[in-house]
Write a protein that binds this ligand. Structure first.
Ligand SMILES: Cc1ncc(COP(=O)(O)O)c(C=O)c1O
Length: 407
């Protein structure tokens, strides 16, 4: 098939057409047009927590489709209000208020506007290896110069302090408490927020340490800055709690703003930015908006996804994946796998050396062997399985990696 899309993705030449089976809890496998079946270890890059074509999720969307699919956001719909309430109940920001949108990068943009408005300050602290999206505000926060250039800053100045709009980014090493203390000591009064992924995804699956997160919380509170968490990849139950923050830190401290996408809709596009109510009040009518954001179809999909995750005990299932992978690796080590990193169902398998070419080659060989994954952070295979995947699926991937490295 000729690729008529922009060449923005390196294609694998596999035309996927559907779930491979009609499992009552969602399929873990997908079928290609040519009849091949693949174990989907990347789950739409984290969008499929309940597998593919889950019957209850499908029913919820179909029912909403028969009722109403879109309204002007000046009017309310039940699914929208219910979803906003569920997010504030589950995601660890008491009485949080949600802005609903269609994708991850839009959720990041909403978070940027909110923290700038709420604090009146101009600086956001972000981190090396960070990925927050590809729209022009979000790429300023994203670490990779290849993603930013030539839109935000120039190749020469885009290194550590890209500017966007009236704001600027201060980029620091991740998990470096001293660097964080220093930046607050030097320019604490300018800092609107610290933005971080509690587990860096695109950067290579690097979890934040609990002490780093707590220090960020403390410094933000002391200096009147906000703590914002990009939980687009790590949230919505993937780590065994609704947010990775809850998995790493617990419930004694909370961020001020959290944003989500990917798994939230179970495969249906939706994003959300949840904020403390006093902060949300800064977003007066006209300060932000989205025509499709929070449409009842997407909200019905997200509500069904959250309900299925709860009803099927998928938080516990997700939490079990990381210890299962560690056990597999201890029992059946593979030469060429240099490190495992992860939390719950967010797993990184680092390949090396030589890192980059080898990881890419392994990723391609895995799809030939019937397993779909992608590479992140240059040399790490990323597994973002649906949450109910367990020892059998992880073992299949593990042995496929052994085979790919051997060849
Ligand atoms: C942590 C994080 N932030 C933001 C984004 C951007 O999300 P989207 O591709 O839906 O715009 C991603 C996507 O991979 C992500 O992992």
């Amino acid at each position: 098939m000729q690729d008529q899309r922009w060449p923005t993705y390196a294609p694998r030449n596999i035309v996927l057409e559907g779930a491979a089976d009609d499992h009552p809890r969602g399929s873990l496998r997908v079928r290609a047009e040519d009849g091949r079946v693949f174990l989907d270890a990347i789950g739409g890059i984290g969008c499929c927590p309940i597998g593919h074509a889950h019957p209850a999720w499908r029913d919820a969307i179909t029912q909403q489709l028969g009722a109403i699919a879109a309204v002007a956001n000046t009017f309310w719909t039940r699914p929208q209000q219910q979803l906003a309430r569920r997010l504030s109940e589950l995601f660890g920001i008491a009485n949080g208020q949600a802005f609903l949108c269609n994708s991850g990068t839009e959720a990041t943009e909403a978070a940027i506007k909110l923290v700038v408005r709420a604090t009146g300050r101009d600086t956001i602290v972000a981190f090396q290896r960070a990925f927050h999206g590809r729209t022009l505000g979000a790429i300023a926060l994203t670490a990779k110069p290849e993603y930013r250039t030539p839109y935000v800053g120039t190749p020469e100045d885009s290194g550590d302090e890209p500017r966007f709009s009236q704001s600027r980014v201060r980029r620091l090493p991740f998990n470096d408490i001293e660097a964080l203390r220093e930046v607050f000591a030097d320019e604490g009064e300018r800092i609107a927020a610290v933005f971080l992924e509690p587990i860096q995804g695109e950067g290579g699956i690097f979890p934040a340490t609990k002490s780093f997160l707590l220090e960020a919380r403390e410094l933000c509170s002391r200096h009147g800055a906000l703590l914002g968490l990009d939980e687009i990849q790590s949230g919505s139950g993937r780590t065994g709690r609704w947010t990775a923050w809850q998995s790493i830190v617990g419930d004694d401290a909370a961020p001020d703003v959290i944003w989500l996408a990917k798994a939230l809709g179970g495969g249906f596009p939706i994003g959300a930015c949840l904020a403390r109510p006093d902060l949300a009040q800064h977003m007066r009518p006209g300060t932000h908006g989205s025509t499709f954001g929070g449409n009842p179809l997407a909200c019905a999909a997200a509500l069904a996804t959250l309900r299925i995750i709860e009803e099927e005990g998928l938080l516990d299932a997700a939490a079990a994946q990381w210890p299962t992978l560690q056990r597999l690796a201890a029992e059946r080590p593979i030469a060429g796998v240099t490190e495992l990193r992860g939390c719950g169902a967010m797993l990184g398998i680092q390949i090396g050396p030589p890192e980059e070419q080898r990881a890419k080659a392994v990723g391609a060989a895995l799809s030939d062997a019937g397993v779909l994954t992608t590479v992140c952070g240059g040399h790490t295979l990323r597994l973002l399985f649906p949450y109910r995947a367990g020892a059998e699926e992880l073992s299949t991937v593990w042995e496929a990696i052994r085979g790919a490295l051997a060849s």
